[in-house]
Design a protein around this ligand. Structure first.
Ligand code: ZN
Length: 230
């Protein structure tokens, strides 16, 4: 019995659909869908306990968060100070962990175990937990090993959850996407970091920012005359 789904390739559309399903569930159950977004409300809607606690590093290094399916609990490591001072990062981290929950936890199995066992502490499955190791998540990672794929999937889910297309459509009205102050204002209204926002907009093909550049271009292609040489 495994409380985690086997790792598999997920299409972007599939991940975005899952995030939208969660938002629709929230709306149906009367949770306010408003921006800046409060990712902790998603945990409430999914009946997941979201806790902050100290998680000591293990032999493999620092742990950002742990997910215990059988207790429907996600614990975020409170030792990451920057999570407390950077709201955008905090929202992104919570949404990322919820992404693991939605995409990677075998929820039927977890719920089944809780129902069946009188003494869940004796069950081997209670020991199954998922450790997430990084809060500096980037969607631009290119490594293709499985763990990175899982991390990428959770972060892509977070991005879709915090910045659904219809909200971005609303927020872009009257704004110039090539203007940094306008983008910062959008990020503020959405409650996300500027890099979360620019990653999302680039993924949607609305803007393009060449690597190591501050210049913003509209659309998803390189501007004329800026062909990649290498
Ligand atoms: Zn993770």
């Amino acid at each position: 019995m495994n409380l985690f789904k086997p790792v598999r390739f997920l299409r972007k559309e599939e991940i975005e659909d899952k995030a939208n399903e969660v938002l629709m569930k929230m709306q149906k159950e009367g949770f306010p869908l408003k921006w800046p977004f409060e990712a902790s409300l998603v945990a409430d809607a999914l009946e997941i306990r979201l806790c902050w606690g100290k998680i000591p590093p293990d032999n493999d290094g620092i742990i950002a968060a742990k997910i215990e399916p059988i207790y429907r609990r996600i614990t975020i490591n409170e030792e990451f100070q920057k999570l407390k001072t950077n709201n955008g990062l905090q929202q992104s981290t919570i949404a990322h962990e919820i992404g693991h929950w939605v995409l990677h936890v075998n929820q039927d199995e977890a719920d089944g175990i809780v129902k069946q066992l009188e003494l869940p502490l004796n069950c081997k499955a209670t020991a199954q937990l998922f450790l997430c190791r990084s809060i500096d998540k980037s969607l631009s990672q290119t490594q293709s090993n499985r763990q990175v794929d899982i991390e990428w999937q959770a972060q892509y889910f977070a991005s879709c959850l915090l910045m659904p297309r219809y909200i971005l459509e609303q927020k872009r009205r009257g704004r110039n996407l090539q203007n940094w102050p306008h983008l910062y204002a959008m990020a503020d209204e959405l409650g996300v970091t500027i890099s979360n926002l620019t990653n999302r907009l680039q993924d949607l093909g609305w803007i393009y920012i060449p690597k190591d550049s501050k210049q913003i271009y509209l659309g998803n292609s390189r501007p004329n005359g800026q062909q990649k040489l290498f």
